[in-house]
Design a binder for this molecule. Sequence first.
Ligand SMILES: Cc1cc2nc3c(=O)[nH]c(=O)nc-3n(C[C@H](O)[C@H](O)[C@H](O)COP(=O)(O)OP(=O)(O)OC[C@H]3O[C@@H](n4cnc5c(N)ncnc54)[C@H](O)[C@@H]3O)c2cc1C
Length: 667
Amino acid sequence: MKHRIVVVGGGFAGVKCAQVLLKRLRGRAEIVVFSRDNHMVFQPLLPDVAGSSLNPRAVAPPLRQLLPGAMCRTEEVLDILPASNELVYESHDGAHRTMSYDHVVVACGNVVNLNLLPGMANHALPLKTIGDAIAMRSHVMQQLEKADLATSEAERRYYLTMIVVGGGFSGVEVAGELNDLLHSALRRYPSIRREDIMVTLLHGQAQVLPEVSEKLRVFARSRMERRGIKVVTDAKVTEVTKRGVVLGDGSKVEGGTVICTVGTTMSALVSRIEARKERGRLVSAPDMRLEGQPNVWAIGDCAIVPNAFDGKPSPPTAQFGERQGRQCAENIVRAVAGEATQPFHFKPVGAACGIGGRQGVAELFGFKFSGFVAWWLWRSAFLAKIPSLTQKLKVGIDWAWELVFPRDLSHFRPAQSQSITQDHYAPGEVVFRHDQALKVLYAIEEGEAEVVQRDPATGMDMVMLTLGPGSLVGEATLSEFEGMVELRARTPLELTVLAKQSLSRLSKALKPVEDLIERAVNKPRISIWRHHMAAMQALSQRKAGELPTSMPPAVLDVGAPLALALRHIVDEHHGCVLVTRGRRIAGVATRSDLLAALARGANRDTPIGEAMNAKVIGIGAADSAAMAAEKMADGGLKFLPVLDADGHPQGLLTSDDFLRFAMAMPR
Ligand SMILES: Cc1cc2nc3c(=O)[nH]c(=O)nc-3n(C[C@H](O)[C@H](O)[C@H](O)COP(=O)(O)OP(=O)(O)OC[C@H]3O[C@@H](n4cnc5c(N)ncnc54)[C@H](O)[C@@H]3O)c2cc1C
């Protein structure tokens, strides 16, 4: 019976492994290749696709063309079960099925980790797949179109500022490519000037391109700067927002595009495989098998493979992935024949990188090259590596075309019907202004926002309204104020962005949603505090827990009898009692709650826990007093419990407390 060898992954490592197996075991083994996509992705050339110097199809050869004779399956492998020599995969119809194997090679690469920093997942563009490169190019073209129509210089510069995070090979290549694309587009966009374009490369270490020698790093930086790219080193990005990035020293770099080339994490499949892992990668034995597994092999970016050449772990690069694929296949052939396997051994040929403007740096076979020669060598090396002749021709023609003709500036907008997205803002950043027509509604998920109005007489900003988690914000939030008003993040702010179009569809189906939207989007929200600007400003400077209150709260445990609650509320004139369970707030009981409980058959001994209203609207002691005032005005509340960070009641604010506060303010 034929051996079945399954390769999971159609990247550099998986394809080379399958190609060598097909050649060496022709007719003697069944080779199955699982890959989510039906094509390989030549990732090192993705910056060229994003920069419009290569057509996406040129860097994505179809697997069936690369692997004639193999069974190519565009299905996702979910798990590997070495005990039964089976793998589990999600079949084309969504069912989970198993397939047995004699040998399995895990070559599934890694995935981009956009959860590295706050806001990164929402606002940074990754570059790992063909889809990422197409989306990036499309985004850049849209920024160019917007910049051409911008009405102010600041706006135009915002659209044309591209921030690239990470100064490794991919970051440098992307920065160079985008800079070339933007500059080559200039003559077609008459209102854009050369100085409006700014590509900024941010790198966390002292020098970009740590993979090459000092001399080449210095060369690369100076050439990039000469071409207008701003290179900032020792710049640790701590936050990515809708308006740009925030650095470790608190400074901000504003720009409409943030590209992230750092951070990877293990794929779901690797996380499920029960084997030793280090830094999110499977630890392979020297011959590339997993420890204690005679027929499970791990190669490429998803594995740490020791290199017998220098004793070091192999880096996650295409060069190593491909070589591991070849040697792993040779070892499988040896294992099938009952021969001893050999450790992975590879002397790297060097590294090369394009830096834009037909310039590059390269270290090949111990020789250093820079400038046009390095760029030409870099492109030739990649052309040679492209695994199919058709693809080689496509890439070669695209590159030759770009040498003579300007880059293609057309773009197709992918269908973007996402109705709910997420936005992140750093403190002080503007979410929207009074003169903007909003197509969305914001729901505050975390943090606080504030409505700020500029006093035309003094030019000072006044905080008119503070909004916390759960608040809905739309155009109407600002329209109740006059003049220059904007909504800003007061603290780090997480917003859920809801497209109005889909909301109106939803509101037709759900009446309560319609009322909610009506209030936030269409009908101005009348805040009683808008006429007490001085009070509102003073309140916004204070914490809710610091406001003087007229009465200490009456607090009862959930098990306390109703009679005790009645005494506090009626005889001692507390408006309500706060009910706790294990000292944490569990509910509130007012006169009407007690009456309703009595009507339901409760008596003097019934525990208050059965009569209370368990939906507590409270405010954190550290939250702003302005937010407390808004919450009370908004909900028509007479009482507002003030809670400490653990949810223990610390005080009770009443509408009288706010009235007293407002009366004491000068008008
Ligand atoms: C922008 C960029 C530039 C780069 N530049 C260079 C460079 O200049 N030089 C260099 O040497 N390296 C470069 N690299 C790194 C290089 O591309 C990777 O090291 C290489 O692609 C790794 O190959 P791989 O086969 O391990 O994984 P990948 O190429 O990532 O392939 C993984 C494959 O596994 C498939 N897969 C994943 N999970 C599953 C699953 N559960 N079921 C089925 N299939 C699955 C995927 O569809 C994919 O086909 C660059 C990478 C990027 C992103």
